[in-house]
Ligand binder design. Structure first.
Ligand SMILES: Nc1ncnc2c1ncn2[C@@H]1O[C@H](COP(=O)(O)OP(=O)(O)O)[C@@H](O)[C@H]1O
Ligand SMILES: [Mg+2]
Length: 462
């Protein structure tokens, strides 16, 4: 027997509740309870889980809005549809803001009512699926989104947790794609500053002349184009955590200013005369060896000591290969909520043999790409787009994008687009390296990116 959906109708006009009940129960998959006032409705909601609640807004004493608030708090998956007498848009919009899913004005059109109820039922299912899914993902990763059971990784995670609630400045070291940014978030989220801002600055992606004014702000007229004064990110982060990503890429002059700020907590906006003080905790990250940078004369030693009160070193994926299946499982489930794909044993063997220069980020991209490319539920070795010379394995058959199955024939343009995207991802969106590997000039690459409207993922540029 099909599932029956439970519906609660609350209205102080008996004629309305009677009509709604009869109409909805005419359809075999609805079970309708009615209440004539808000108090009774609240009692029912405490003992029954409803899929949908239809609430009249205007009722004496306890109003529909009060009931809506109660539902939000005690039964948040129940979808609420408000019944309004005339279209009072202001009130209707207000109830949507409060969390109602939709509203219907009386006298209502039965077709429309039914369609709205059906959509509510579907929406509730989505909400529940998402929650269940999130719980499942949290079970694998913990709330931090960091997956890994290997001893090296657990040790790093444990260290991070231990120092999260101290005020110490932390330097997170590790190759690109090892999870430094996720660790920075964890350090903030598990610190007493968690309710204050977390502000990330990617020091490598901001041109040096701009970095100082990004960090410390500027006064009006400080330089051409400084039409208004602007707050610096250190001010935005006040009370919270400032994450300096790719800190090894800061220029010498900015290093000096950063050092002064770290020593005193004081700074001046560019073009400003007052010095200001803020309270921020600094977490920084780099994929460089800062001591080597010091020896090469590119980085100030005193700044290293300031930043690196405590350091956390993240292992490469190669150093924790046993985590690969777990990570794959995590990415597959995250990609396809309801029914995640599986990885064939051959594909798994390739994935385990590969040396992962781009670490977890690269694994994530390979799995996401393979999920899109594989045409059934199982990801085969041919769906994986990884550098075969590094995998110690050359696929015997062509990749799926040019597989022999007639229904997979794609136009040359499509294949070119897919190929460019994969190489871009492989090189973490570095266009120079991508152009070189593709054997075209950066200019040509640029034109192709435009032509195919390839979305450049700036977030993963680091
Ligand atoms: N342990 C991990 N578990 C799950 N996802 C991870 C893990 N480490 C990294 N990732 C994912 O890999 C990508 C790169 O991580 P990120 O923290 O930006 O690396 P980094 O800053 O070291 O270059 C992100 O999408 C991140 O979610
Ligand atoms: Mg990063």
């Amino acid at each position: 027997m099909a599932k029956k959906y439970r519906i609660l109708v609350v209205d102080d006009e008996e004629s309305i509740t009677f009509l709604l009940k009869t109409e909805l129960e005419d359809l075999s998959d609805f079970d309708v309870d009615v209440s004539f006032n808000g108090t009774e409705a609240i009692n029912r909601i405490q003992s029954t889980i409803y899929d949908i609640a239809l609430l009249d807004i205007k009722m004496p004493r306890v109003s529909g809005i009060d009931v809506l608030r109660f539902i939000n708090e005690h039964s948040p998956t129940t979808q609420v549809i408000m019944l309004t007498n005339v279209i009072d848009y202001k009130t209707a919009i207000e109830t949507i803001k409060l969390g109602a899913y939709d509203f219907i004005s009386k006298p209502y059109d039965p077709q429309q009512l039914l369609a709205t109820v059906r959509r509510g039922v579907e929406r509730r299912q989505l909400v529940i699926d998402k929650e269940v899914m999130q719980r499942e993902l949290n079970r694998i990763s913990g709330p931090s989104g960091l997956v890994g059971e290997s001893p090296v990784f657990r040790q790093a995670l444990e260290n991070a947790r231990k120092i999260a609630d101290s005020e110490a400045f932390v330097l997170v070291q590790g190759a690109s794609g090892t999870g430094k940014e996720l660790i920075a978030h964890l350090l903030h989220n598990e610190s007493p500053r968690r309710d204050q801002p977390f502000v990330a600055v990617n020091c490598a992606s901001i041109p040096d002349q701009l970095l100082e004014s990004e960090l410390f702000g500027h006064e009006k007229g400080a330089f051409t184009n400084a039409y208004t004064a602007k707050q610096g990110l250190v001010e935005v982060a006040n009370g919270g955590t400032l994450f300096l990503d790719e800190v090894g890429d800061i220029s010498q002059p900015t290093q000096a200013k950063l050092l002064r700020f770290l020593e005193t907590g004081e700074f001046r906006r560019v073009g400003g005369t007052n010095s200001m003080k803020v309270d921020v905790r600094i977490v920084s990250a780099t994929n460089k060896n800062l001591m080597q940078e010091v020896q090469a004369g590119r980085f100030r030693e005193d700044l290293v000591y300031r930043l690196n009160v405590v350091s956390i070193k993240l292992p490469t994926l190669l150093e924790r290969k046993e985590d690969i299946p777990l990570l794959i499982d995590y990415f597959l489930k995250r990609k396809a909520k309801a029914n995640p794909k599986r990885v064939s044993p051959e594909a798994m063997a390739v994935l385990m043999r590969y040396n992962w220069p781009g670490n977890v980020r690269e694994l994530e991209h390979v799995i996401e790409g393979a999920t899109v490319l594989s045409r059934d539920d199982v990801i085969g070795a041919n769906d994986l787009w990884i550098n075969p010379s590094l995998a110690g394995h050359v696929p015997e058959s062509p990749p799926a994008a040019i597989s022999d199955a007639p229904d997979s024939y794609k136009s040359l343009d499509e294949i070119e687009k897919i190929h460019i995207e994969r190489v871009l991802k492989f090189h973490q969106w570095n266009r120079a390296k991508t152009a070189q590997l593709l054997g075209i000039t950066p200019k040509t690459l640029y034109l192709k990116i435009k032509k195919y409207k390839i979305k450049i993922d700036n977030h993963t540029e680091s």
